[in-house]
Ligand binder design. Structure first.
Ligand SMILES: [Ca+2]
Ligand SMILES: [Ca+2]
Length: 163
C-alpha cells in the first residue's frame, strides 16, 4: 500500500531458479482505497448515512468503547461503526483486516442498542475477519456494521461488497 501521500514507484520482479523460457501471465491490480468509513458513535453513523460499497483504509485509534454486545463475545475495546443499506434480496459481504489486534465484526439493527446485535463473526484469532448477511425480508434494511475487539485497534482496511 502506498501510504506516502504522493505517487510512489515500485518494481515488480519475476524471478526463478531456472531460466524462464515459457510465456507467463502477470496480473496486476491497482485499487484506490477510500478513507475513514467507520465513525465512533451511533449518532455519527446516522449522520453519515449508508456506506457506498468499496474498500476503505482508516483508523479507529482514539475511538471509544460504547458497545459490548454479548452476541459478539462482549468486546471491551473501542469500536467503529458504519451504516449499511440493503435492499430486499441483497447480500452484504464485509471483511476487515487490521494492523494490530484480533477484530470482531458484527451487525446491529439499532446502533444505539448493543443487544440489537443479530450476527457476529469472530472466527479468526488473527487480524482478519469477515461476515456475510442476506436481506431475506421484503423491505429494505438499515444495518450497522461494527468493527470491535477486546483491545483497541488502530489501522484497518474494510471491504464492503453489496450484491
Ligand atoms: Ca467495544
Ligand atoms: Ca477475530
Amino acid at each position: 500500500m502506498n501510504e506516502t501521500g504522493g505517487p510512489e514507484r515500485v518494481y515488480v520482479v519475476l524471478d526463478s531458479f531456472k531460466t524462464v523460457t515459457d510465456r507467463f501471465n502477470l496480473d496486476i491490480e491497482i485499487e484506490s482505497l477510500g478513507g475513514n468509513v467507520l465513525v465512533p458513535t451511533c449518532v455519527e453513523a446516522l449522520d453519515q448515512g449508508p456506506a457506498a460499497p468499496g474498500s476503505y483504509h482508516g483508523s479507529i485509534a482514539g475511538f471509544y468503547d460504547y458497545l459490548e454486545p454479548s452476541c459478539a463475545g462482549s468486546p471491551t475495546g473501542a469500536e467503529g461503526i458504519t451504516q449499511i443499506l440493503l435492499q430486499p434480496g441483497e447480500e452484504l459481504d464485509a471483511s476487515v483486516e487490521t494492523t494490530t489486534g484480533d477484530p470482531t465484526l458484527y451487525l446491529l439493527s439499532n446502533c444505539a442498542i448493543a443487544d440489537s446485535c443479530f450476527l457476529a463473526n469472530d472466527m479468526g484469532t488473527g487480524s482478519t475477519e469477515d461476515i456475510v448477511y442476506v436481506n431475506n425480508t421484503a423491505s429494505s434494511q438499515y444495518l450497522y456494521l461494527v468493527v470491535d475487539a477486546d483491545t483497541n485497534l488502530d489501522d484497518y482496511i474494510l471491504d464492503i461488497v453489496i450484491k
